[in-house]
Design a protein around this ligand. Structure first.
Ligand code: 0O2
Length: 267
């Protein structure tokens, strides 16, 4: 097939990947805006390379005219979560969306592959708009933890290096590494609540500090400079102590001061 024809075939898949990466990143943003923990940690996407499509077609005996039907991961999205529990939350989010229709789900977490590979795969139909009209494309979404991703990335590189001839001692190492990853994910799940509390508290504190800094910045425009410098010094003192409650109290007081100045500037 001519390279130009491949470009035409793959262009809508690039659009699908770009759109979906934006949409999943927006989910992270929505959680952040309400100060909540996001089950999605990171999102990446890729369109399969021509050589990888050809390799898969050859391996699975797929006619080149059928690749779009029979290769369901030409467009691939990878969603990385911190904890195994988050994976199932993301699955629920995807199930509820109206802009993608689930064709197939493969739970390689409950049923890990012989290689030790763990991940949750969802294949969806996703519509993109092109100059030639709407195209309904298959997209594979892989959902896995940071730890699963670490293992899969290393194993994938080794598979690529050795093709079908991976030395037995490396295969064994990978199998025991997969076991270690399983244990790591389980241990992390046990301390999940603690970790989430710590992360939430960090985010809340960061939001309070951002509010205080915005208020101080605005006060410089309307208030007495000496007073603002005093407020700023007080903020640095409280910030160094590092107590969240103190920062909250200070932020509320600052809100009142800012309101007072705004009211004065209106008169
Ligand atoms: P790439 O380079 O990631 O695009 P199958 O069910 O095995 O007959 P298929 O279509 O390969 O057929 O489906 P599957 O098993 O759901 O695999 C799809 C993708 O999952 C793979 O794409 C990999 O990305 C990932 N994957 C599946 N098994 C493994 C594994 O054992 N190790 C690693 N590291 N990744 C795996 P591709 O096309 O293999 O490659």
């Amino acid at each position: 097939m001519e390279i130009q024809l491949w470009r035409e075939i793959l262009a809508p898949y690039t659009l699908a990947v770009d759109e979906l990466v934006v949409k999943f990143n927006h989910i992270i943003e929505e959680y952040r805006q309400v100060g909540a923990y996001s089950p999605v940690e990171q999102v990446t996407g890729r369109v399969k390379t021509i050589s990888s499509i050809l390799e898969k077609a050859q391996k699975k005996n797929i006619d080149l005219n059928d690749i779009e039907d029979k290769i369901d991961d030409i467009a691939g999205i990878r969603i990385i979560c911190q904890f195994v529990e988050d994976i199932y939350k993301v699955v629920d989010i995807i199930r509820q969306r109206s802009d993608m229709t689930i064709i197939r789900e493969q739970d390689y977490i409950d049923n890990k592959k012989k290689s030790g590979y763990r991940s949750y795969h969802i294949t969806v139909y996703y519509d993109v708009e092109t100059l030639k009209g709407t195209r309904k494309l298959q997209v594979e979404i892989q959902i896995r933890t940071l730890a699963m991703n670490f293992w899969a990335t290393i194993e994938h590189s080794l598979q690529y290096k050795y093709k079908q001839n991976m030395p037995e001692h490396i295969r064994q190492r990978l199998t025991s590494a997969a076991e270690a990853i399983l244990i790591l994910d389980r241990e992390m799940s046990v301390v999940r609540d603690e970790i989430m509390d710590a992360q939430n508290s960090f985010k809340i504190k960061a939001n309070i500090v951002a509010d205080i800094l915005t208020n101080i910045q605005n006060l410089y425009k309307i208030a007495n400079k000496q007073e603002v410098i005093k407020i700023q010094d007080e903020f640095f003192r409280i910030y160094q102590v590092g107590e969240r409650e103190e920062l909250e109290k200070f932020s509320k007081e600052l809100d009142l001061i800012a309101q007072r100045y705004r009211a004065q500037s209106l008169h």
